[in-house]
Each structure stands twice: as C-alpha cells, then as structure tokens.
Design a protein around this ligand. Structure first.
Ligand code: NAD
Length: 407
C-alpha cells in the first residue's frame, strides 16, 4: 500500500469507531487543493533544468494550512498527500489553530551547489507565493530543508508580497524571526509524551532500554534528552547501519563520531547491527526516527519492545499496527509523538504576528503543556473505546476537525 492509502486506512479505523457517515469521511479524505508544477533552475554552468514541485493544502477547517517542504528524490504526489493529511490530523491532536498541508520538490539537494539550492528554493516560492501566506498556508522545514533554506524562502516571499512579518514561513534562523527551541522541539515533544506514557503504564523509566533508528535532527536530540533523564540507550543507527551495546551507549561520544566520520557505524562503542536487526533488538522502547514503512507485517511479530515511539512520520504500516496491538505493544503514533515540531512552528508564527520573541524556557513550558494535554486526550479516548493509541489520536483529531467544519 502507498503512504496515502495507509493514511486513509488509519482514518477509516477511527471513523468506524466514531460512527461517521460516508459523506463526512469522503470529505476528510479529499485534499482541498493540489499544486503540482515545474520548478525551473539554471545550473551554475548555465544549463537549464527543471524539477517537479508540490504543495498539497489538505484541510484548513481549524486554521491556515501548516506543513513542511521536503527536498528528496523520492518525493511524489502520493507521499506529499499522505504527509499533508497527517499534518491536518497532527495539528488537531495537539489542538493548535492550524490546518494541514505539505510540500516538496523531487530533487537530491546534495547534488546541488549552495547557489543552485538558493535559486531552487526561491523558484518554489515564486510559483507558490499567491497561494501561501500567514493567514493562508504557512510552510515549514522537513527532510533536507533547514533554517538557511527557510530564510531564503521567507526573503523571496517578502520581495514578492512586501509582507515583512516573516510569518509566512517557520523554521527560520533565530536572527530572521525563528523561535527559540525549534531545532530541538520534535525530540523534546516526543520526550514529554514518552514520560506521560510511562507514568500512565506505571513503568519506572530509570534504566529502561531504548533503541533509536535514525540519528538525525529529531532522533539525536531525543537520544540526548532520554539519556540525561536516566533511560539507557542500547542501540542507534543511521542510513549506513547501527551499533548496539546491552549496557548502553554514550550519546555525546557517538554524536562526535558521527560529526567527524559521517556515521554512527564508525564508533567502536558497540557491536555492528543492520537496520533490520536493530528494530528487532531486545529493548523496552523502540524509536523509529528515520523513514516511512519500517515496521511492517514482515517484522512486526519480531519486535521485542513494549513501546514504539514514532518520531518518524509513517514508520508503521496498518498491518503491523494490528500485529503490535494484538501483542499489547503500545505504539505512540507519529501524529502525537512528533507533534512538538509543528507546535513550536505554530509558536514561531504566533511570535512573528505579535512581533515578540519568547525565551527558550517559555517555549518549552508552553510545549510541555500542549504535549501533556494532547497525550491525555489520546490516552482517555484509548481507554474509553479500548482502541490502540493511533486510533485514539485519530478519533480526537477527527472529532475536532468535523466540529470546526460544522462551524
Ligand atoms: P534527518 O535528515 O535529520 O535525519 C534522518 C536520519 O535517518 C539520518 O540520521 C539518516 O542517516 C537516517 N536514515 C536515513 N535512512 C535510514 C535508514 N534506511 N535506516 C536508518 N536510518 C536512516 O531528518 P529528521 O528531521 O531527523 O527527520 C527524521 C524523521 O522524523 C522523518 O520521518 C521526519 O518526517 C520526522 N519528523 C521530523 C521533524 C523535525 O522537526 N525534524 C518533525 C516531525 C517529524
């Protein structure tokens, strides 16, 4: 199944428990608007090229469309639609006044020079400028987009429209209206949610063994926080492979190795494992923080963790969800676990519109409140209806979206 089909299947599960009628479900499955266009680029050597660009504005019942822009060769319309749909669910789960959207360009940014990347980013905005804006659609970073790219995009938008608020894009650098805490927000939010789940399950966190697939921005920030809090990180990986030590790994030392040598596999702190083996290691908490479709019906039966914390978007397929739930493994769904990123993006938008700059402590305090409230709503729904946490989260979100649609 494609990512979008998986996403719709998750919606069907919640819609069934909620007893929604066919028309309401059909409306929820249908994106408001899809933009698919060519992004022209003159390469440094003067040759013209062009890349496929996307923006899907899925649902704005609860506020302006909100969602990142992904630069990756595998970006296609199906993936952008799935990610845009999940954003609509995510903003509703955490109850921030935003809708859901997503964008991207099918390109390998690692093959572009800095100047080419800047022209590509500005060209994406030149096409989309009439359709986005602080009160319409607010793009953010995603895979391979960073504060520098968001700064270029915000600057292009200002040049075209004259809007100097900066509020049309989030994830900007601190000097250009970015928010304190945005860089670490996803890991921080996931950490708060895990703490709430451990308390709800009556599990002691000290010494609980954690395995993390994906040691990128979100994964490594989470690893640092978890280690500081007393969890034992026994396995980590990146695209080149993973390492494992049953007594725990020193995350700061591994970050240093990755910075200097490009991968966690260069570390001699543990035994080498493949990414496939890593997912099936003996541990208490498994954290997929890399890619979609990692836990499938092929390997779900071998997962030994008691909790799966989805920092990545879409790492577990619907078939795998059913297998894990039958084994009473708690999957904290992406739409809750990784919602810290969009929450602090919303804070950035809010600060830009009010012309304010909040301290990191203020940002994290507000984030903690949002994440804890979201967890409680999802947990209570899971308990009340005896459904897994993903279905619980979708039920919370869908109720809120449908309510807003009714006006
Ligand atoms: P990133 O590019 O910084 O890191 C991705 C990491 O995954 C890298 O370490 C990479 O080496 C690793 N990786 C790639 N392929 C892999 C594979 N086959 N097996 C194991 N590891 C692999 O990206 P990120 O921003 O950390 O995002 C990671 C995931 O989290 C994505 O699914 C993203 O959509 C999701 N997410 C991120 C944020 C955020 O704020 N960064 C917010 C919400 C969701």
């Amino acid at each position: 199944m494609s990512a979008f089909e998986n996403a719709l299947k998750q919606l069907d599960n919640a819609a069934q428990t909620l007893g929604l009628d066919f028309g309401t479900v059909a409306k929820l499955k249908d994106p408001d608007r899809v933009y698919e266009f060519e992004v022209p680029l003159v390469m440094d050597n003067g040759s013209p090229r062009s890349f496929r660009g996307y923006r899907v504005q899925f649902n704005n019942s609860r506020g302006p469309y909100k969602g990142g822009i992904r630069l990756h060769p595998q970006v296609d319309l199906d993936e952008v639609k799935a990610l845009a749909f999940w954003m609509a669910i995510k903003t509703a789960v955490v109850n921030i006044p935003m809708g859901g959207g997503k964008g991207g360009v099918s390109v390998n940014p690692k093959e572009l020079s800095s100047a080419e990347l800047e022209r590509l980013s500005r060209a994406w905005v030149a096409y989309m400028a009439p359709h986005i804006g602080p009160h319409q659609d607010v793009p953010a970073p995603d895979v391979n987009t960073n504060p520098r790219i968001m700064d270029w995009m915000a600057d292009e938008y200002k040049n075209i429209t004259g809007d100097a608020s900066g509020a049309a894009f989030t994830g900007k650098s601190l000097g250009r209206g970015g928010s304190e805490g945005r860089r670490t927000a996803t890991g921080q939010g996931a950490f708060y949610v895990l703490g709430e789940l451990m308390a709800a399950l009556g599990m002691e966190l000290a010494g609980k063994r954690v395995v993390i697939q994906g040691f990128g921005n979100a994964g490594h920030h989470f690893a640092l926080l978890a280690q500081k809090a007393g969890y034992t990180i026994v396995g980590v990986s990146d695209s080149k492979g993973g390492i494992y030590h049953p007594d725990g790994l020193n995350i700061e030392a591994i970050m240093k190795t990755k910075e200097e040598q490009g991968s966690v596999v260069a570390s001699d702190a543990g035994t080498s494992v493949s990414n496939r083996e890593l997912l099936e290691l003996a541990c208490d908490i498994l954290v997929p923080a890399a890619l979609e479709n990692q836990i499938t019906k092929e390997n779900a039966g071998n997962i030994q963790a008691k909790v799966v914390l989805e920092i990545a978007n879409g790492p577990t397929t619907p078939e795998a969800d059913a297998i894990l739930w039958a084994k009473k493994i708690y999957v904290v769904p992406d739409v809750l676990a990784n919602a810290g990123g969009v929450t602090v993006s919303y804070f950035e938008w809010d600060q830009n519109l009010k012309n304010e700059h909040w301290s990191e402590a203020e940002v994290f305090q507000k984030l903690e409140t949002v994440m804890k409230n979201a967890f409680k709503a999802v947990w209570d729904t899971h308990k009340e209806h005896d459904v897994d946490l993903r279905t619980g989260a979708f039920m919370v979100a869908v109720r809120r979206i449908v309510e807003a649609t009714k006006g």
